[in-house]
Write a protein of this length. Structure first.
Lengths: 614, 354
């Protein structure tokens, strides 16, 4: 039977199953195949914080969404075209997001009476009319997998577990994905258990063959590679890009990297990644708590290392006092906050932009800290280098605000040429800097206002620093009122004077009256929404802030040149508050704090509303 | 033997040596010392300043890191590198410094509040990791800088501004705590006995890994005479149990001479010297791999303060944290070569467009 092949320009697939079903792995592999094929893509993993919530229940559902296309795309997509539901819970939890007419591939073996009851289905939705508006492909994934693996000498449990690879094989057939890399991946992953490796490969192939032979699927789809800029690409997640950016910063600065960190979702993967790269002279220190993590990083910075600490919101609160110490001792330090839903423990695996005001103001005293926010997963690489540049050049702690969406989401990344990376090398002070031949640890560079950095081991420059107010120049303890006022202002002026690039505006015709402003991870959804609105002929400009402190010098001018400024944020209006206070501009806030990224469709409607209300 | 082990007992091996001879003057900074007149901190400062030249290290390779408290002002008065940090966190900050810079001699100055209350967590973890630090814990059994609240080493029932009816909580015994936290080097000394203090510092510096030295320090303003019994000539010899490696543990004079022996209950006990045979007397072995006896000795002053051991309770070598970490970096590099950024970025599954 030859099957029909249909061309599509883009597809959104969501794999959903029990936490134990291996959906993240399945999604990762499909992503790798898709990346290799050359589509543009964007992913959104969504998993419970519990490692293994009770099997078959709604809280236990884990999903992975992937958007891929033959053109450049900006988000993981609003609504899936295809849902792979490994059990009734996965169906029930995800059906709300599924537009009518979408495909559902359901593992019928798991639609048992007991499993249906667990999630409150009185009867199987596969058998009544309730799914009639969707295209349902009922596939007994488990039993087909077991059958395919009959010959293998592995336990039934292990055979059953390979059902995610069967599903992957089926989807790979459906969308013409290349398969060699997955076979290789499985062989490496299970190198120590060759039987399991072979079984998984067999299940994967059986899934592919099933697609080819079954009547449940009469059409398969082709999505041509996207025409992206020339270069070498790889798929990368935000956390991995951030870790690579830190390594690059270490290489480009010539300073050994010291990471002090305490495990916390969704930041731990940066610690894991950096721990693998000891060949770069990287020291990773899993501290007893967040305070020790940042303390050790600051101690290492005092000794001349590139000191870094990585955490999420709850950890940033603990680090505040040490960040203040770094502010006043004027030592370089990078603090990475991978934001998650708060307050308190909040929702550890869900995303939010709610730490902005804490990053800016969450310390005692006048304690200015530069803040940078990457806009996409791969941008985390550049943002890390930029954070290091500012920290080193201005001798200051820098807070980098990533978030759960960037951290775990992934996209193709054009691998930079190392020769094109910025030179951020520093020179330690090795000679006395005062006319009388002494060393003044707080004598500032006239251009940057940065103080000299003389590290222990440098003869003749022995000096003491600390958290008590310092006399300008000598750094000796000083309680002089005027000196304190001067130092407060100097520290502020140093941060205010950091060279950050101007805010650029995307306004194709130059005559839009509405500007949509964003910061951080909302870039993709905002840009996708702006495209939609423009397609209808409406005019809208877009600008995105990467530097939250200091703000680009032209920020006020840009905002003032539009009739209306719309600012979507995944918080209750934190940047809006700042902009209103600073520029007296009444920006229009749009806020949703659901632990999820914005949808393009949702934002497009909001933008249209603002345009129409003119 | 790994290279980390080869440094055992050579606490100063990786630190550059000074060229000429040094004097106490080389280690005095130009800052005016601002403790209360009569404070025990002066004696400790003078003891340290006059001891440092003997180490023969380059001054620029010595760093003093402190937390917050009267005692934590210490680094300002030494002409070395210094970092006066925040309350309780000095061991954490020093851990980052010492782990990334094996060429430095790093000293932590902390108080009983700084090190055992707010910073207790960092202290125990530094000890178990065996970071290459010398931690000097100035124990005055009071919060000095905040004007006299009771501390985690104050005796039960201590009347202070915050405990007008007496404190309720049982104090820490810093030596027991350190031993419980897997410390390799644990000692106690006293501000008024410069010779003893310097002897302990000498051994602490020679130990590679974390050395914890508790220094009894008099706060004459808020807890005067806390250690008077150990200083007063009429009582001190009857109370002070001087621990010396390889020597039977005896103390007191004349009729009051006492000895320490194993008790039938698993600990140690003090008995009249006249009542025990020579071979029953416990011989102090600070190098014993098993910390049980050191721990038992640490309990002698608890809670009575009738006899107080001072000296080195335990001095046992194991590889220090910085060396173990350096070894991992070296091993990773030896196996796969030095990291190449280009190779790293181009690693994984890549594809080319155009
Ligand atoms: C975060 C924080 N909490 C509280 C204080 C106030 N404080 C400063 S020193 C101190 C106690 C010091 O006691 P100790 O460590 O015994 O030092 P001493 O002054 O006795 O030498 C306290 C509570 C502080 N500086 N920082
Ligand atoms: S308050 Fe006590 S510890 Fe502090 S300086 Fe005065 S005497 Fe010394
Ligand atoms: Mg004290």
């Amino acid at each position: 039977m030859t099957k029909q092949v249909q061309q599509l320009d883009r597809v959104i697939i969501r794999f959903a199953g029990d936490s134990g079903d291996g959906m993240q792995l399945t999604g990762d592999r499909f992503t790798a195949e898709t990346a290799q094929f050359g589509n543009d893509l964007s992913t959104l993993p969504n998993f419970p914080a519990e490692i293994r919530a009770p099997a078959g229940t709604l809280p236990g559902v884990s999903s992975f969404q992937l958007h891929f296309a033959d053109h450049d795309i900006l988000t993981p997509g609003d609504a899936p075209n295809v849902l792979v539901a490994m059990n009734p819970a996965a169906l029930k939890a995800n059906l709300v997001d599924l537009p009518r007419g979408a495909d559902i591939i359901a593992n019928t073996d798991e639609f048992t009476k007991r499993n249906l009851q667990k999630v409150g289905y009185a009867a199987s939705p596969l058998e009544d009319e309730s799914l009639s508006e969707w295209r349902v492909h009922a596939v007994p994934l488990t039993s087909l997998t077991l059958k395919a693996l009959e010959e293998f000498e592995i336990s039934k449990k292990d055979a059953e577990r390979a059902k995610n690879m069967f599903a992957l094989g089926l989807l790979s057939w459906l969308y013409h994905r290349p398969t060699e890399a997955t076979v290789k991946f499985l062989e490496t992953k299970f190198a120590k258990k060759p039987d399991i490796a072979k079984a998984n490969v067999a299940a994967f192939r059986a899934g592919w063959n099933y697609g080819e032979t079954t009547e449940s699927f009469s059409v398969s789809y082709e999505i041509r590679p996207a025409k992206l800029a020339e270069g070498v690409y790889r798929n990368i997640s935000g956390n991995q890009a951030l870790a690579y950016g830190l390594i690059a910063a270490s290489v480009q600065s010539g300073l050994p990297l010291f990471l002090g960190s305490y495990p916390i979702t969704p930041a731990s993967d940066i610690l894991h990644e950096l721990s693998k790269h000891k060949r770069f002279g990287i020291r990773t220190f899993q501290a007893e708590d967040e305070i020790a993590g940042v303390g050790a990083a600051l101690g290492a910075a005092f000794g001349g290392a590139l000191g870094v600490t990585t955490t999420s919101g709850p950890g940033v609160t603990l680090k505040a006092e040490t960040v203040g110490l770094a502010v006043t001792t004027e030592l370089p330090l990078i603090v990475v906050d991978v934001q998650r839903a708060g307050p308190s423990t909040g929702m550890p695996t869900k995303t939010e932009q709610t730490d902005l005001l804490m990053a800016l103001y969450g310390r005692n005293g006048e304690s200015p800290v530069p803040v940078i926010a990457p806009s996409t997963p791969s941008d985390c690489f550049d943002a890390a280098i930029e954070a290091a540049r500012i920290a080193l050049r201005y001798r200051t702690p820098v807070i980098l605000l990533s978030d759960g969406y960037l951290a775990n989401g992934s996209e193709p990344w054009r691998v930079p040429e190392t020769a094109d990376l910025p030179d951020i090398s520093v020179e330690f002070t090795t000679e006395p800097n005062a006319e009388d031949g002494s060393y003044l640890p707080f004598k500032r560079d006239t251009e940057t206002l940065a103080r000299p950095w003389a590290v222990p081991g440098t003869p003749g420059l022995e000096h003491r620093i600390g958290g008590i107010e310092k006399a300008d120049g000598t750094g000796n303890i000083s309680y002089d009122p005027d000196n304190h006022d001067k130092m407060v202002r100097l520290r502020q002026a140093k941060i205010d004077g950091i060279d950050v690039p101007d805010l650029t505006v995307d306004d194709p015709d130059g005559d839009a009256r509405v500007l949509v402003l964003g910061w951080g991870s909302t870039f993709g959804p905002i840009a996708a929404a702006v495209r939609r609105v423009r397609k209808t002929g409406a005019k809208v400009a877009q600008a995105h802030l990467r530097h939250l402190n200091p703000l680009p010098a032209n920020t006020g001018d840009v905002l003032r040149s539009y009739d209306k400024v719309l600012l979507p944020e995944i918080n209750l209006g934190q940047l809006a508050l700042l902009l209103r206070a600073r520029f007296l501009i009444d920006v229009i806030s749009y806020n949703r704090v659901r632990g999820l990224p914005f949808k393009a469709e949702e934002l497009a409607a909001v933008i249209q509303d603002v345009i129409d209300s003119e | 033997m790994s290279s980390a082990e080869s440094l055992n007992g050579k606490g100063l091996a990786l630190i550059p040596r000074a060229e000429g001879a040094q004097t106490m003057k080389d280690f005095k900074s130009d800052q005016e010392v601002r403790w209360c007149p009569g404070c025990g901190d002066y004696a400790i400062l003078a003891a340290v300043q006059s001891f440092l030249p003997e180490l023969g290290l380059r001054r620029e390779n010595i760093v003093f890191v402190s937390g917050i408290g009267c005692s934590s002002r210490f680094p300002y008065y030494l002409n070395t590198y210094g970092f006066h940090s925040i309350h309780g966190r000095a061991p954490a900050i020093a851990t980052g410094l010492a782990t990334s810079r094996p060429d430095l001699s790093v000293w932590v100055i902390t108080g009983d509040g700084d090190g055992l209350s707010i910073g207790g967590n960092h202290l125990i973890h530094a000890l178990r990791r065996n970071v290459n630090l010398n931690i000097l814990l100035f124990n005055n059994r009071i919060y000095g800088l905040t004007k006299g609240q009771y501390s985690p080493t104050s005796e039960i029932g201590k009347i202070t501004k915050s405990t007008p009816m007496g404190s309720l909580d049982k104090p820490f015994n810093p030596i027991s705590l350190a031993l419980g936290a897997e410390a390799g080097f644990v000692a106690r000394t006293i501000d008024s006995d410069r010779k003893h203090l310097q002897g302990v510092l000498r051994e602490a510096a020679a130990h590679r890994g974390t050395s914890l030295v508790e220094i009894y320090q008099n706060c004459n303003i808020f807890n005067d005479n806390a250690f008077e019994a150990l200083k007063d000539p009429s009582t001190r010899d009857e109370i002070t149990v001087k621990l010396e490696h390889g020597r039977p543990i005896v103390f007191g004079t004349g009729e009051n001479e006492k000895a320490v022996r194993l008790s039938p209950y698993g600990g140690v006990e003090v008995v009249r010297r006249s009542e025990v045979a020579d071979d029953e007397i416990l011989v102090h072995d600070m190098h014993s791999p098993d910390p049980s006896l050191a721990f038992a000795l640490s309990r002698l002053d608890d809670p009575s303060f009738e006899h107080v051991p001072i000296g080195i309770f335990r001095s046992v070598d194991r590889p220090a944290y910085d060396q173990l970490m350096a070894e991992q970096l070296a091993a990773a590099t030896a196996e796969d070569g030095k990291g190449s950024l280009d190779a790293l970025l181009h690693g994984g599954d890549t594809w080319r467009i155009g």
